[in-house]
Every structure is written in structure tokens, then in C-alpha cells.
Design a protein around this ligand. Structure first.
Ligand code: DGL
Length: 283
């Protein structure tokens, strides 16, 4: 069996890379739904349908687990699919399969607390606030998932989300560094204006942004800690596989890259992040 990694496009490669480093013997199939990217501005029902189709394709390709390496799909579709689709689909398939997201591990890393932790409700005003800036797609920002889930667990961590709607199309279209830096600077300044200062820490809450993490680091004050979503996801997957031996990650070290879009070599920005040629096959 294999591990499936799903994203609307090339962003999930940042997570894939961390997963492969952590589990080099496992077999991986990556699926980019580039025919339908970006997801960030789509209605929720469409995101649910597209994510389900992507997962189905990966399960058909032999995945036992699918990692949604996409914040937008994790925020909007994951719970719905786990509750309403997976139980019946498992029966049809006749084997254990599951879908994991990337928001839980990111919030665990941001709070330093396990997901099961519940904050004591304190009623009184919290004086000492640490401010976490979350850069994400419009869909993830609108879902308020980071605000809601962090508030349940850690009340002295305030979350401000900043939508960056232009970045995914720019990264998918191989935009130049100067153009990307200008866009990122605009989003960082917009967040700063809303908070009244720079955030103390940041999450690149869209996997595409990890491809241009250096540009974000340059736009934030020097030394601002940026929570590394791919590493948190790799930690979490490793622990999950230890607890759930029923999900077989394979042992052949296979690497397959599929796209619903145009097959062939990925763009220059992506290949320079990847550190070499990267060719996608038709899904
Ligand atoms: N990489 C996806 C994410 O993490 C991008 C979603 C999109 O296609 O807008 O949210």
C-alpha cells in the first residue's frame, strides 16, 4: 500500500518532502488537482466534492492513508468527509482507509499542547497575549479554523488571519521573485495594520506559501519564528502510523506524482524549491 498526499496544486509538495524525509521506505503517491486550482476562492461544497474526488483517486491508486496537504481542504472538507463519506466508502472498499489533515498538527505545534487539551475558561480578560499571524487562502481565513480551535485550547494566544488570495495563482503560474515579494510585503503590512504591530509568530497556513517561505521571512521582522507546517505534519503522521499498524505505508520507497492538469515538468519556481527536475503524470 502507499500514502497518498493531496493538494489543489504544487503546495503540498512542501509537505510531501517532509513526509518522505521522515519515512523514506514508505511508498508515496502525490496528487495535484491542478485542473481545479486554486481552491481558496471556491464555495465550500465544491471544495468538499473536489477533495472527495481526489481522495478517491488516491485510494484507487492504493493509498491506505491520504494526507490532505492543503489547509483549505483540511479546514473545509476533512470533517465532512470523515463523518459522511468515509464510513460507507470503507465498506465498499473492504479495507481500512483514512484521511488526515494538516491543521491539527499545526495547531499542536503553535500551542505546544496536544489536540485533546482544553483551555480552562477564564471569563476574565487575558492580559498577556502572544499574537500568532496566520497567512492563508480566503477559504481558510473565512473558516476561522485557526482562531476557533486555538481559542479552545490556549486563551493567551491571539490569532489574526490574513488572506493572501493572489499567491496560489502566482505560484502555480511561475511568478517572478520581485512580483511575489511585492505581494507578500503587501499582505504582511495589511496584517501589521490590523494587529497594530507585527505578529510574535507566524504560520504559513497554505502549503503553497512554504515554497516562498524565504520571501515571507524577509517581509517579517528578522527572527520571527515561523511554525513549520510540513515538519509538524511529518511528526504527526509518524506517531499516527505507530498507533495504527492497520494502515500500511508500503516499503518500496515508491514516488509517483499525478496531476489532473497538464502533465509534464513543473514550473521553474517549483523545480528550484524541489532542487531538481519534477515531472507530473496524468492522473
Ligand atoms: N495549498 C492549498 C492550501 O494549503 C492552496 C489552496 C488553493 O488552491 O487555494 O490551502
Amino acid at each position: 500500500m502507499t500514502i497518498g498526499v493531496f493538494d489543489s496544486g504544487v503546495g503540498g509538495l512542501s509537505v510531501h518532502r517532509a513526509l518522505v524525509q521522515r519515512l523514506p521506505q514508505a511508498d508515496f503517491v502525490y496528487l495535484a488537482d491542478q485542473a481545479n486550482a486554486p481552491y481558496g476562492g471556491r464555495p465550500g461544497e465544491e471544495i468538499v466534492d473536489l477533495t472527495r474526488a481526489g481522495c478517491e483517486r488516491l485510494f484507487e491508486a492504493g493509498a491506505s492513508l491520504v494526507v490532505l496537504a492543503c489547509n483549505t481542504a483540511s479546514a473545509i472538507a476533512l470533517r465532512r468527509l470523515q463523518q459522511t463519506w468515509l464510513p460507507g466508502y470503507r465498506k465498499t472498499l473492504g479495507r481500512p482507509v483514512n484521511i488526515l489533515g494538516i491543521i491539527v498538527p499545526t495547531i499542536e505545534a503553535a500551542t505546544g499542547l496536544p489536540w485533546e487539551h482544553e483551555a480552562e475558561r477564564r471569563g476574565d480578560k487575558v492580559e498577556q497575549l502572544d499574537v500568532l499571524g496566520v497567512f492563508s487562502t480566503q477559504g481558510t481565513t473565512n473558516s476561522r479554523v485557526y482562531e476557533i480551535e486555538i481559542d479552545k485550547r490556549k486563551q493567551d494566544l491571539a490569532v489574526f488571519s490574513q488572506p493572501c488570495p493572489d499567491l496560489v495563482p502566482m505560484i502555480e503560474a511561475d511568478a517572478g521573485v520581485v512580483e511575489l515579494a511585492k505581494a507578500v510585503e503587501g499582505y504582511v503590512q495589511a496584517l501589521k495594520t490590523r494587529i497594530g504591530r507585527y505578529p510574535d509568530r507566524a504560520v504559513l497556513g497554505c502549503t503553497h506559501y512554504e515554497i516562498i517561505a524565504d520571501i515571507f521571512r524577509a517581509a517579517l521582522p528578522a527572527g520571527t519564528p515561523v511554525i513549520h507546517q510540513p515538519a509538524s505534519t511529518a511528526d504527526s503522521l509518524e506517531r499516527y502510523l505507530e498507533r495504527h499498524p492497520e494502515y500500511d505505508p508500503g516499503t518500496g520507497g515508491g514516488r509517483v506524482f499525478l496531476t489532473t492538469g497538464q502533465p509534464g515538468p513543473q514550473n521553474g519556481l517549483v523545480q528550484s524549491f524541489w532542487g531538481g527536475p519534477l515531472v507530473f503524470e496524468k492522473a
